[in-house]
Design a protein around this ligand. Structure first.
Ligand SMILES: Cc1cc2nc3c(=O)[nH]c(=O)nc-3n(C[C@H](O)[C@H](O)[C@H](O)COP(=O)(O)OP(=O)(O)OC[C@H]3O[C@@H](n4cnc5c(N)ncnc54)[C@H](O)[C@@H]3O)c2cc1C
Length: 456
């Protein structure tokens, strides 16, 4: 049995921010990370950017991005499914976080061209989330934080509303005066995902770490902690179907859909591929593909569309004829040819303008393609397989403004939560690029300070 002031379950962004803040206040801190060292950092190591409010140019961010605009952006994606007070707190505090992150060793870079016009709102990490996580681990070690890898927490022992110790997979205990729970969502537990979503979830790919299995979340809910967020929902995008089951990360994203024809297993189209620009549509395509037979779809382009979207990690399947492509992808060739013929005949004339809504639409076709509808007629043809890729789940622990976890009879005395494990309060549905890291950084810092103040 080892005794600390602040014990932290998890080893991603939220855990590290909490650890650094608590250690800077003089607390004896330990991080218990389920993953081995080379896999440390959870989904945070896959991230690229941090969404930040700012009242004037700040570091790499241009112009300004004020609280109300940020909040309106959040309302748009969540459809109002947010806790306005917690959301505004996260937004307001983000401005002070950016210089704090730099002071802890995180280096930002200006956004690259083609990154969805995020140069004003999102600060990109030089070296990505992996570099951020490494910088924080180095800083935590310098501050004397104890770090244990390969150490899954299995149980948070609470007596009379008060945390006593964390139980580990080997049966040992780590005691502390305060606990910070920062162990992410439950998306890597495929059984839980299947129970929540239905059998189709067995065919989903998990974009991030295999270690976020919701063990701590489940344990807290079983002990009466209050929950937030829809347990049956997860954030899910369309990714390359050849990605690994876990941890494929950001590079498995496919941006070809607006310039493609997308068919299901039976060679039939099922949705308007050109409904809007891809950044506004890629998240709904996860669900669209999830609703198709076998949870799979196929995007087909011709040689005219090559070079119009970000290159993919996995090379496309290529063939000189549509029949050849269908055969190579395991699609019914006659059905695909019929679908393409019908589509080609429905394409109109007009100017094709990639990157903007060009109104080049089909006529008399169901479902229509309302932009970028050019005939698919110039070999060679290329195909990509699409699968739903889960980013995170929404179910989480309910927390107060000070990140304290709510039990069945009010706030627990000495348990805080930060990051994905409590993000459901703020992100009830949808997603705003860069906001996951905002929530983790803001509430990780708050939780670390509060836990240390309680313990010391
Ligand atoms: C591919 C991808 C790209 C993304 N890009 C962005 C982006 O650019 N910007 C953005 O803001 N958000 C992005 N997100 C979302 C972002 O990753 C999360 O919002 C954020 O990382 C959550 O931080 P966290 O610390 O709560 O969780 P994580 O970083 O996932 O950390 C959870 C930690 O808990 C550990 N853990 C789990 N269970 C246990 C246990 N029982 N005991 C001990 N440890 C445990 C895990 O090993 C892990 O270290 C992306 C997500 C994915 C999947």
């Amino acid at each position: 049995m080892t005794d600390y002031d602040v014990v932290i379950a998890g080893g991603g962004n939220a855990a590290l921010c909490a650890a650094i803040e608590a250690a800077e206040l003089g607390a004896r801190v330990i991080i218990l990370e389920a993953a081995p060292k080379h896999m440390r950092g959870g989904n945070s190591r896959h991230t690229r950017n941090f969404r930040c409010m700012h009242s004037g140019p700040l570091s790499v961010l241009s112009d300004s991005y004020d609280e109300d605009e940020y909040f309106d952006d959040l309302l748009l994606v969540t459809g109002g499914a947010t806790d306005p007070e917690l959301a505004r707190l996260a937004i307001r505090e983000s401005e002070a976080c950016l210089p704090w992150m730099e002071s802890q060793g995180v280096i930002f870079q200006p956004s690259l061209s083609g990154t969805l016009s995020l140069g004003r709102t999102n600060a990109f990490f030089l070296g990505g989330g992996k570099a951020l996580v490494n910088a924080y681990y180095a800083r935590a070690e310098d501050l004397g934080v104890a770090i244990r890898y390969d150490t899954p927490v299995t149980h948070v022992h609470i007596e009379d509303g008060r945390f006593r110790w964390l139980e580990l997979a080997d049966g040992s205990r780590v005691t502390g005066r305060a606990a910070v729970l920062a162990s992410g969502g439950f998306q890597a537990d495929l059984d839980w995902l299947t129970r929540a979503w239905g059998p189709a979830a067995a065919n989903f790919l998990i974009r991030g770490t295999p270690y976020n299995r919701g063990v701590v979340l489940r344990d807290m809910l079983d002990q009466g902690a209050r929950s937030v967020g829809d347990p049956t929902q997860c954030h899910c995008v369309a990714i390359d179907g050849r990605a690994p089951k876990f941890d494929g990360g950001i590079v498995t994203r496919l941006d070809c859909v607006p310039y493609a024809l997308v068919v299901n297993r039976d060679g039939e189209r099922f949705y308007d591929e050109g409904e809007d620009v891809w950044p506004k549509r890629y998240a709904i395509w996860g669900r669209l593909v999830a609703a198709q037979p076998d949870q799979v779809a196929y995007a087909v382009i011709d040689s005219k569309a090559r070079g119009l979207f970000m290159p993919t990690v996995f090379p496309p399947v290529e063939a000189d004829t549509l029949e050849g492509l269908a055969q190579a992808m395991g699609l019914p060739g006659d059905a695909l040819s019929r679908t393409v013929d019908r589509y080609n005949a429905a394409c109109g004339t007009g100017t094709f303008r990639p990157g903007e809504l060009d109104g080049l639409a089909t006529s008399g076709l169901e479902p229509p393609k309302t932009n970028w509808a050019r005939p698919l007629d110039t070999p060679p043809y290329f195909g990509y397989v699409l699968r739903p890729g889960v980013t995170f789940t929404y179910l989480g622990l309910k927390v107060s403004q000070s990140a304290r976890v709510e039990g069945s009879a009010g706030a627990l005395e000495n348990v805080w939560a930060a990051g994905e494990i409590m993000a459901g309060s703020i992100l009830g549905q949808g997603y705003l690029a860069g906001f996951g890291m905002t929530i983790g950084t803001v509430f990780g810092r708050i939780a670390g300070k509060e836990a240390a103040a309680h313990a010391l």
